[in-house]
Design a protein around this ligand. Structure first.
Ligand SMILES: [Zn+2]
Length: 97
């Protein structure tokens, strides 16, 4: 389990709070969209700047990269590009803050 450190916003200096966020991932020249739900991140309480710990960002990349790669390698467009949803079960707040 990765822990988020309490820190201040690099953009505006306000306090940041650990939160679970959702991000829609897209790639250039690829119509596939991947909706990732429940990502632990530090979010600024003032300007909403978000920081995802690099360990978590890398892990998510390792899941979604093969999906984008498989989709962009399709020769025949059998179906329209899919919208993929990935959902992490909620984690106890104490575990990541
Ligand atoms: Zn801020």
């Amino acid at each position: 389990m990765t822990f988020l450190r309490k820190r201040n916003c690099p953009e505006c200096g306000a306090e940041m709070q650990p939160q679970l966020i959702n991000i829609l991932y897209k790639r250039e020249k690829c119509e596939t969209q991947i909706d990732v739900i429940g990502i632990p991140a530090n979010v600024c309480t003032k300007c909403f700047y978000r920081i995802i710990p690099s360990k978590i960002a890398k892990y998510i990349d390792s899941i979604i990269d093969p999906i984008f790669d498989a989709e962009s390698m399709q020769q025949d467009k059998v179906l329209p590009a899919p919208h993929v949803g990935i959902q992490f079960p909620p984690v106890e707040r104490e575990l990541y803050c």
